[in-house]
Design a protein around this ligand. Structure first.
Ligand code: COA
Length: 480
């Protein structure tokens, strides 16, 4: 007993010290009681501060970010932009593998890494070292609200960080994971972007009918799933206000891709009842098989659309426009392309009459679009409510002034690589304005997290550091 007392006092003192030195974090508190119409006397009064100056949406939320590559980092970057304090835990000496992948500046973190890890802090911890686990435990118990990870299936458990262990340590902790597949025959598989695009139904429905399946350039498997996971985390945080407990959040990449390809599962069910009349293959008289076919550039909605050449297409691979022959705009289309007689011609006047001739109709429209630049087509058509879209190259997007103005494309400065362009937060909140801050260097915040966040004393920090838990193994040890 006599021994326990000073120990307790010591712990209490350390706790107060940690509290004092920790960053000022406003903790998530629940409104006490809501009545039937959702109003509560305990809800805070509307802030009188100007919009954008009353903290951020996720101020007070701290994330233990155990993510790597793309899917997980996309999620935690979004949370960081909304104000969460994201502490990225990386393997000593190596870090997130993307730091060194597709490097364009020797010795500097790659664009792959920097563009996915803005607004985060980095600490290096060997999670398989006992002293490393000591730091992880402190992060889990003392300070974090959410652990986010996208390791291969079973890796977190192999570190000893099972759900049961974490939940016992900190019942409020939310554990969020990206995996390739959900529970089932493939749950143990490692998965990358294109595997998910294929398994989620996107590849089989992308491309031209006569050609092989195609993957898309948009990272719907990785970034798409990260986006889904972020919504899951925010929802779990909201539920925790009521329930007081954390929960597991799982997003399988296959599920995320399928969610984005849901119109194709819609068509899979329609195909059993008859041909998909808005697909150009219907107009071409090509019979449908048992599964949804690839539809080229047909529009996914009920309105026929196609990609058409514009002025300069011979030398510019992106001189194209997407053109939609939406029924209400048909009259305007006929006038613009110089075919006013089609407005009343029974062979062209109705959507049904046009379906078998779509290919020829688009060829006629293309004769007109080829006389204009894609931007001229945009101006002329939008003035009369014809929906069209210029095919923008990444060069054009990078130089687009309006995207710079909204912060969707931002220039960021980095100490070792200099200035680079990135995509800012695509989600704009009027009272939680995102500032894009550069990604952290490997282990840049190790000391500040150990002392300011976790409250370790100088001798404890020295003990942890001397154990080798936070640094890369020495070269001789590696070789041995
Ligand atoms: N300290 C010590 N070990 C660490 C560590 C740290 N800080 N961080 C990671 N590791 C270890 C892991 O514990 C694991 O070890 P184990 O296999 O002995 O248990 C090891 O590093 C490798 O992790 P893993 O996730 O298997 O990496 P990988 O490079 O082999 O696989 C993926 C990469 C992306 C294929 C895989 O992580 C995966 O399938 N993730 C889920 C789906 C996903 O997100 N895919 C898209 C990525 S964009």
């Amino acid at each position: 007993m006599a021994k326990k007392k000073p120990q307790k006092a010591k712990q209490a003192k350390a706790k107060t010290a940690a509290k004092k030195s920790a960053r000022k974090v406003v903790k998530f508190t629940a409104p006490k009681k809501a009545n039937g119409n959702g109003k509560s006397n305990n809800l805070p009064k509307p802030s009188s501060k100007p919009y954008g100056q009353d903290g951020k949406a996720l101020t007070g939320v701290r994330i233990l970010d155990f993510t790597h590559v793309q899917s997980g980092p996309t999620c935690t970057q979004l949370l960081a932009w909304f104000g969460a304090d994201v502490i990225k835990v990386e393997r000593p000496g190596v870090g997130d593998i993307t730091r060194g992948q597709l490097r364009d500046v020797p010795g500097a973190d790659s664009l792959y890494f920097t563009m996915l890890n803005h607004n985060k802090r980095s600490i290096t911890i060997d999670s398989k070292h006992p002293q490393g686990m000591r730091v992880l435990n402190a992060l889990l118990i003392k300070t974090c609200d959410v652990l986010v990870e996208n390791f291969a299936p079973g890796a977190l458990d192999r570190m000893g960080l099972t759900w049961d262990y974490i939940h016992k340590l900190n019942p409020r902790m939310i554990v969020a994971s990206v995996k390739g597949f959900g529970p089932g025959p493939y749950e143990d598989c490692k998965v990358y972007e294109n595997v998910a695009q294929c398994a989620g139904g996107a590849a089989s429905t992308t491309g031209f009918r006569e050609g092989p399946p195609l993957v898309t350039g948009a990272q719907i498997g990785d970034s798409g799933t990260g986006l889904h996971l972020a919504l899951g985390i925010v929802s779990a945080l909201y539920q925790r206000i009521r329930s007081g407990r954390g929960q597991k959040v799982l997003c399988a990449m296959q599920d995320g891709v399928l969610n984005l390809a849901r119109v194709k599962l819609r068509d899979q069910q329609r195909i059993a009842k008859g041909p998909l009349t808005e697909y150009s293959q219907y107009g071409e008289g090509v019979p449908f098989g048992k599964a949804v076919p690839r539809a080229g550039n047909d529009s996914g909605g009920g309105q026929p659309g196609w990609i058409l050449k514009c002025k300069g297409w011979e030398s510019d691979p992106d001189a194209y426009t997407y053109f939609i022959t939406q029924a209400p705009a048909w009259g305007a289309i006929c006038d613009v392309i110089g075919k006013p007689e089609w407005k009343t011609d029974p062979d062209y006047a109705t959507p049904k009459a046009r379906l078998p001739k779509l290919k020829a109709i688009f060829a006629t429209i293309e004769q007109w679009t080829m006389t204009k630049t894609k931007f001229e087509v945009m101006d002329i058509c939008n003035a009369v409510d014809i929906p069209v879209g210029p095919i923008l190259s990444m060069k054009e997007i990078a130089e687009d002034e309006s995207l710079r103005k909204t912060g969707t494309v931002v220039e960021v400065d980095h100490p070792t690589r200099g200035k680079y362009l990135s995509v800012g937060n695509p989600i704009k909140l009027s009272d939680s304005i995102s500032e894009v801050k550069r990604s952290p260097l490997l282990g840049e915040h190790t000391d500040e997290i150990l002392t300011d966040v976790l409250g370790f004393k100088a001798n404890e920090v020295a003990e942890i550091k001397n154990s080798g838990a936070l640094s890369a193994p020495k070269k001789e040890e590696k070789a041995a």
